[in-house]
Design a protein around this ligand. Structure first.
Ligand code: NAG
Length: 251
């Protein structure tokens, strides 16, 4: 009984995987290669079609092929098999693409892709609020927002490092993500989907003024070096002059 339940579950999850198809994300305007990896041989009375949501895109018969009127001019046949290239995809082309062979013995699905066309992620906006600074620490809240969602994160910094709370990657509209993180002294608000990403950043130093400035530190170091070298040269000069005078007297 128990084994049957497990088997049933396995069959179900497998069937689900197949019914959804391999996920494919395409940037709007790009092309999509609908690929057939299996070797397909058509009999005289068989035919092969690529479909989107069950409606025909292109149909191959034993010795001919043709695209449905809606797709003419957007289809290429890159190789001499059943793979086709669909050009200049738009959001409305999202859907389930299947390759189906129709034979006397019944239909067979040869490939299945769940295609989603996405435009580039829009530029997000990073805003800083409730900054509180003391001599040893500084904390502030950032909001990372896109047109349709936003996330918050709080940073607490001492003079060298900051710890972060919140801001984990979160999905707003499906397959689109916002995330806040810190990297080399900056706060980064990242907006991404499966085909692109873009971000808005803010330097921590501009928010927390008491943060150590590594560049400032090195400038200070250079000044110290120049001063020391100058001092050494001067002292050596004085000693050399003294020695010369002594030598001259001894002559
Ligand atoms: C296919 O079906 C999905 C879900 O119903 C729909 O969102 C999509 O626009 C359809 N695609 C086409 C090309 O008709």
């Amino acid at each position: 009984m128990f084994i049957f339940v497990i088997l049933g579950l396995l069959v179900c999850t497998e069937a689900q995987g197949i019914s959804a198809g391999t996920p494919v994300f395409v940037l709007k305007g790009e092309d999509l290669l609908l690929n057939v990896t299996k070797a397909v041989v058509l009999g005289k009375f068989d035919d092969f079609s690529w479909k989107c949501n069950k409606s025909n895109i292109v149909r191959f018969t034993f010795n001919d092929k043709g695209a449905s009127p809606h797709y003419t001019g957007r289809i290429e046949f890159p190789e001499n098999n059943f793979s086709v290239k669909l050009k200049n995809l738009q959001e409305a082309d999202s859907g389930v693409y299947t390759a189906v062979v129709m034979k006397d013995s019944g239909d067979e699905t040869e490939a299945k892709y769940s295609v989603k066309v996405q435009d580039r992620a829009s530029l997000p906006l990073l805003t800083v609020s409730s900054v509180s600074e003391s001599s040893s620490s500084c904390s502030f809240t950032v909001t990372c927002s896109s047109q349709d969602s936003h996330i918050n994160s709080t940073f607490t910094c001492d003079t060298r490092t900051c710890s972060q709370e919140g801001g984990e990657r979160s999905e707003g509209i499906p397959d689109t993500f916002l995330q806040v993180y810190q990297s080399s002294g900056s706060i980064i608000c990242n907006h991404s989907n499966h085909v692109s990403w873009t971000n808005d950043t803010n330097t921590i130093k501009d928010v927390c003024h008491q943060q150590d400035d590594p560049e400032g530190l090195s400038v200070c170091l250079v000044k110290t070096c120049v001063f020391s070298v100058g001092l050494i040269i001067m002292v050596s000069a004085v000693i050399t002059v003294h020695l010369m005078e002594k030598l001259n007297k001894n002559k």
